[in-house]
Write a protein that binds this ligand. Structure first.
Ligand SMILES: [Zn+2]
Length: 356
């Protein structure tokens, strides 16, 4: 009994196992069928969708819906080209649009029309063209606008050829503007900018100054003297050669006749010539020491004696006020002073009738 009972149990267990496998197979079949059915349904649905709908892009521009397009790539490349090249005008440097359009993929009923062209036009319609050109400046001031850089080079070369005086002041700048400026042509610019080089200054006309000949007799004649109170008409005016203290007047000094006026001043004091004239003596002359004699108009002569320095030479034309020497104590002198003589046709005059 015990053994039979055991076998029955085993048999039942086997039957049970077999039925579990069968059940599993049945389930699998059901699932497969379901998958196939669902798959077919999806395919049908998709083909239905693709029959009625098409995938398109919804375009928004500046946050606003503007339409649908078939070909996003084509539109975008057209826009990019427009931004780079504008409408084809040679001077358009670039175009600025407000923003880039936004694309979102969507399914669109096939009967709804896409409007690529219209969207393109709408987007580029907001574009602002920037024109590129070149401005020639003179001294920092805008003068001419040129369409191309080559033209500006041409202008500079032509100005250089013509040796225009202002080449250093001419500059070229690249400009961008939203409106197209008026362009000048090369020749107009060259003509307008050209500046003639200043002609070399004409050499100063050397006015032949009258040379007053030294025809006034012996130097320092004390025989030809005029009375200290007699004044003659010099016909020229004299200025003070130096300022200083009169140390000896013109005229009879008892033991000798003083043919000039002594004016004491520190050694080295510059001596100015009393009037325009020609230097007829410049050198050491006995008791005069270093002496300058200047001949003026109308036979007038002035002497400057005892000088420490002589700054003029014989034949020099000297203008009134010009420094011709320096006060000294050369010759027959006991201290620094200027011995000034005024002679007319060789006759000594009292300088104080004209000066000091
Ligand atoms: Zn003297």
């Amino acid at each position: 009994m015990e053994k039979i009972g055991y076998n029955i149990v085993r048999y039942e267990r086997r039957v049970f196992q077999i039925s579990r496998i069968k059940k599993g197979i049945i389930h699998l079949r059901i699932w497969m069928k379901l998958i196939i059915i669902v798959g077919i349904a999806v395919l049908l649905a998709l083909s239905a969708i693709s029959f009625f709908y098409k995938p398109t892009y919804e375009v928004t521009y500046n946050g606003e819906f503007v339409g649908y397009i078939d070909d996003k790539g084509e539109l975008q490349s057209k826009i990019n080209e427009y931004i780079t090249n504008g409408n084809g005008d040679a001077n358009v440097a670039f175009v600025q649009i407000q923003s880039m359009p936004q694309y979102e993929i969507c399914l669109l009923k096939k009967e709804v029309k896409t409007n690529d062209e219209e969207i393109y036009n709408r987007i580029i319609g907001t574009g602002v063209s920037y024109y590129k050109y070149y401005t020639i400046k003179l001294d920092g001031e805008d003068k001419y606008n040129l369409a191309t850089y080559a033209e500006t080079e041409d202008i500079m070369n032509k100005l250089k050829e013509k040796e225009s005086n202002n080449i250093d002041k001419i500059t070229t700048v690249e400009k961008y503007d939203t409106s197209l400026v008026e362009f000048s042509n090369v020749d107009t610019c060259v003509d307008g900018l050209y500046e003639e080089k200043p002609k070399p200054k004409p050499k100063p006309v050397v006015v032949k100054q009258p040379t007053y000949a030294s025809n006034n007799g012996a130097i320092g004649s004390s025989r030809n003297v005029n009375n200290p109170y007699n004044s003659v008409e010099l016909g020229i005016s004299l200025i003070h050669p130096i300022s200083g203290v009169i140390s000896c007047r013109y005229g009879n000094q008892g033991s000798y006749y003083h043919t000039g006026l002594d004016i004491a001043a520190p050694g080295g004091t510059p001596i100015q010539v009393a009037a325009d004239g020609t230097v007829t003596y410049a050198g050491y002359h006995y008791s005069y020491g270093n002496l300058l004699i200047v001949n003026h108009a109308n036979g007038v002569q002035t002497y400057y004696a005892h000088c420490s320095q002589l700054y003029a030479s014989v034949g020099d034309w000297v203008a009134q006020g010009q420094v011709i020497g320096a006060v000294g104590s050369t010759g027959n002198s006991t201290g620094n002073h200027l011995h000034l003589e005024v002679r007319v046709n060789g006759t000594a005059q009292n300088p104080q009738n004209y000066l000091y």
